[in-house]
Design a protein around this ligand. Structure first.
Ligand SMILES: *Cc1c(COP(=O)(O)O)cnc(C)c1O
Length: 230
């Protein structure tokens, strides 16, 4: 399978899932997760029409952004965990940050965002079901962090993101996603800039879309399995 074929297939799956729940496929952004994949693979995805890319590792992501510097139509999302000592590179190079889980990082990104760039789009990461993961905050803590982000002029609060514990069962996937949908609607009522619910990966994108996801983060189904070297 080529990347182009994979993208056609993923797009068809998104369209089907949207139609099943009477949503417009246009409401759902396909974010291509290109971590560990070479720039040639990203170029194939660009040729197939994709413009939004997600990276998990700061250095790798910045190298790719610099490689594609003349492509001003691309949108780069940082979706991995961020140590505070690497925040400057995210503030200087990325358009979106999906994994905000503490005020300290928000303050650093706000201070480090270059004035000649648009404000950084920020999603608060929720730990909805994965007790083993340290990433993300509890739903009950969203309001406090959202209020802090809303005061920072170089950040825009756009919504919520989650990586649930892996589940193969559709109903179990939905159980986590429905809680996210509810929290997202509440946040939207309080903050007019909120319009993005980032949830759904290769193995749970249909459930996520049925529960209101506006952005699915897809790696494996587009670029194939990843290989990690130590
Ligand atoms: C790697 C990754 C993805 C993509 O996962 P696939 O199962 O390969 O589609 C999505 N979101 C995040 C945060 C990731 O780290």
């Amino acid at each position: 399978m080529t990347i182009q074929n994979n993208i056609a297939e993923v797009t068809a799956r998104i369209n089907l899932a949207a139609t099943e729940c009477h949503r417009s496929p246009q409401e759902i952004t396909l974010l291509a997760v290109s971590k560990t994949k070479p720039c040639e693979a990203i170029l194939e995805a660009i040729d197939a029409g994709l413009r939004q890319f997600g990276e998990n590792y700061v250095q790798e992501g910045v190298e790719k952004i610099q490689y594609f510097a003349d492509r001003t139509d691309l949108v780069w999302h940082f979706i991995g965990p961020l140590q505070s000592n690497k925040s400057r590179l995210v503030a200087e190079h990325f358009d979106w940050f999906h994994t905000l889980d503490r005020a300290k990082i928000a303050q650093r990104l706000n201070e480090q965002r270059p004035q000649n760039k648009a404000p950084l789009n920020v999603l608060i990461q929720i730990n909805i079901s994965d007790e083993n993961s340290k990433s993300g905050i509890k739903l009950e803590d969203v309001d406090a962090l959202a209020a802090q982000v809303a005061q920072l002029p170089n950040l825009v609060l756009r919504g919520l993101m989650t990586i649930p514990a892996p589940e193969t069962d559709y109903e179990r996937q939905c159980a986590a996603f429905r809680q996210m949908e509810q929290a997202f609607q509440q946040l939207k009522n309080n903050y007019p800039t909120v319009d993005t619910l980032s949830m759904g990966m290769t193995d749970d994108m249909a459930a996520a879309i049925h529960c209101g996801s506006t952005l699915v983060r897809i790696g494996t189904a587009i670029f194939g399995a990843r290989q990690y070297h130590n």
